[in-house]
Design a binder for this molecule. Structure first.
Ligand code: 8ID
Ligand code: ZN
Length: 366
């Protein structure tokens, strides 16, 4: 591993770099050592070259590689959308837009939403991820599993001074997504939120944001390791979904009343069906995890009579990302992660598929 990458006022930009790519869905990964670097002269208006230092690995990267979703990604693809690093070069300004406020050397994050038009109704209302012209890192454009990534100045997230880049990486997708999803639940302090998938990348952050927001947390996942991880954040109401009846267990922990919200971050579909059964009247099911080919089956009569709210929540906007990072930098939320070399990506996917990861794996791109 080469020497540490630091903030500088200018960077010498190489012609080639290390990256992990795949050329076909579910095809082999290639550990590239001479993948081309976009040169400063090639940057288009609004684009910024980022020296990526760390990248988290999200289950979304695995779904993309497996072709789990009814959307096509670019091929060959450099995946990754939880990147943290430094601005290395700023491309020409976009016509009619505010000048880029970033400087070379600024610590920034690359998130799933790489760019959006910022002019349409969705962008205007803060639903930037729903913009018809949205670009997605590591999906429709190359992402953060490379040392030098092209991103977009308007959507890069500034990382608070002094907050370690490795800790910041998982906040840029997992953190912002769960923080936003908890806002969408719109429940009150002291109310109960259930988090199925609590031991995974999104889940381990969700339980902490939920506590920081003043909610009572019931965590659902499986295995002693995940239970231990969650207990380390002070979450003691843990239900193992592979042992016994989850719905009964939630009812028991809520004295028969049910939960005010479920923020489902599990990548399996069973968790959705269960959530509708343990929500109390006016409870919110916030859908975050995206298992392949899954439907939510809600009985219309009971949805009406119980006034259940079923809400899809898709990452977060620029401000959500800033707030999620602020809470983490203030020490209210801790990312639990293991740093591994970039070339381990295929093995990380294997372990993620086997559901044996606790928290996040962060890849080192130095
Ligand atoms: O914007 C969004 N909505 C968004 C953003 C980022 C990620 C959605 N996601 C989606 C991913 O695409 C994926 O489908 O969230 C899901 C979770 O991503 P992750 O946290 O990165 O995955 P992970 O680290 O593998 O954790 C998944 C956890 O779910 C548990 C597993 O044991 C694992 O710990 N789990 C499963 I699978 N089924 C469960 C169940 N029935 C369950 N936990 C409880 N009940
Ligand atoms: Zn993600």
């Amino acid at each position: 591993m080469s020497s540490q990458v630091v903030s500088q006022t200018s960077y010498e930009i190489p012609k080639t770099q290390r990256a992990v790519t795949f050329a076909e869905t579910h095809g082999p990964h290639t550990i590239q050592t001479d993948w081309p670097v976009t040169q400063p002269s090639e940057l288009k208006p609004g684009e910024v070259l980022v020296r990526v230092v760390y990248s988290g690995v999200c289950h979304t990267d695995l779904h993309a590689w497996l072709g789990d979703w009814p959307l096509e990604n670019k091929l060959p693809l450099v995946g990754g959308h939880e990147g943290s690093g430094y601005v290395a070069f700023i491309g020409p300004p976009l016509e009619g837009a505010e000048p880029c406020t970033l400087k070379v050397g600024d610590a920034v994050g690359i998130k799933w939403l790489a760019d959006s038009c910022l002019h349409c109704e969705e962008c205007g209302k803060g639903f930037e991820s729903s913009c018809g012209q949205a670009k997605n890192s590591g999906f429709s454009v190359d992402g953060s599993f490379q040392q030098w990534a092209v991103s977009w100045g308007a959507h890069l997230t500034p990382i608070p001074a002094g907050f370690p880049l490795a800790n910041a990486a998982p906040i840029l997708c997992a953190g912002v997504t769960v923080y936003k999803a908890l806002k969408e639940a719109a429940i009150l302090k002291g109310e109960v939120v259930v988090i199925p998938g609590a031991g995974g990348g999104l889940g381990h952050l969700a339980v902490q944001y939920a506590k920081a927001m003043g909610y009572r947390v019931i965590a659902i996942d499986s295995g002693a390791e995940k239970e231990k991880l969650l207990a380390s954040y002070g979450v003691t109401d843990f239900i193992d979904y592979q042992k016994g009846d989850v719905v009964e267990a939630v009812q028991k922990l809520t004295d028969g009343a049910g939960a005010h919200a479920a923020v489902v971050v599990a990548s399996g579909s069973q968790a959705y069906e269960q959530a509708l059964q343990y929500l109390r009247p006016h409870g919110a099911l916030v859908c975050v995890g995206m298992p392949p080919n899954a439907d939510i089956r809600a009985n219309v009569f009971w949805t009406v009579v119980k006034s259940h709210r079923i809400i899809g929540s898709y990452v977060g906007n620029r401000q959500d990302a800033i707030e999620a990072l602020e809470l983490a930098a203030a020490g209210k939320v801790h990312t639990t992660f293991t740093i591994e070399p970039l070339a381990n990506l295929p093995s990380v996917f294997e372990r993620m598929h086997a559901l044996t990861l606790n928290g996040r794996i962060v890849l080192d791109l130095q």
